[in-house]
Design a protein around this ligand. Structure first.
Ligand SMILES: N[C@@H](CCC(=O)N[C@@H](CS)C(=O)NCC(=O)O)C(=O)O
Length: 211
């Protein structure tokens, strides 16, 4: 398999964690999202993902999957061990709710494309863009903090999809200097996850394209 990735992309980071958790070998194909106008906009990559985003996962069959949650669900279907969701339906819904706060509510408002649009098209000042970013992370993290189970991980004693989504979002929040003091459970779950080799190897700074 080949993962089209960018070291700082939190959506690609989610997929890297899952590949590692499941012990799946995968070549990394870095797509630089900012250099030369962004390699995601070059015709070679548009042929891979018409949405011009990472991650995209090329399977050995030649099929290409896009959207991190769809990729992760596919990997979990094909390689069920270790599972990313608990067996019980109620517990599964709780895990998915945290994952979706990150993937559907926080990240789409704060990803690079949106921040660039605020700056380039709508001409907002950097301070306003930073305030936008902080606001949406803090709103989402407040809810997640209230929903989290006693640890060590986001939903209890096993790593789940909630952790897979949360850890990259915490990385991003730290990079953009969002204060995390009000979120001790999130900070603790992030630290617990990063002690695991699967999470550590997926970190942006441990990628071949890290800058
Ligand atoms: N919902 C998508 C989001 C993918 C996404 O927005 N990726 C960002 C990087 S985190 C990207 O490729 N942005 C392209 C750009 O900034 O032009 C997913 O979960 O895969």
């Amino acid at each position: 398999m080949k993962l089209y990735t960018y070291f700082r992309s939190s959506a690609a980071y989610r997929v890297r964690i899952v590949l590692n958790l499941k012990g799946l070998p995968c070549d990394m194909a870095p797509i630089h999202l900012t250099k030369d106008g962004g390699y995601q906009r070059k015709p070679e990559f548009i042929a891979i993902n018409a949405q011009m985003r990472v991650p995209a996962l090329e399977l050995s069959s030649g099929d290409v999957l896009t959207q991190s949650l769809a990729i992760i669900e596919y990997l979990d279907d094909i390689h069920p061990e270790p599972p990313l969701l608990p067996p019980d339906a109620l517990a599964r819904a709780k895990v998915r709710a945290i994952a979706q706060i990150v993937a559907c509510d926080i990240h789409p408002l704060n990803n690079l494309l949106v921040l660039q649009y605020l700056k380039r098209q709508l001409k907002h000042e950097q301070a306003e863009i930073d305030a936008w970013y902080h606001h949406w992370v803090i709103e989402g993290f407040k809810a997640i903090e209230a929903m989290m189970a006693p640890g060590p991980y986001a939903c209890g004693t096993h790593v789940t999809l909630a952790d897979v989504c949360l850890v990259p979002q915490v990385f991003n929040a730290r990079r953009l200097k969002v204060p995390l003091d009000a979120f001790p459970k999130i900070v603790a779950a992030d630290a617990a996850c990063l002690k695991l080799a699967a999470f550590d190897r997926a970190r942006p700074e441990n990628q071949p394209d890290a800058e």
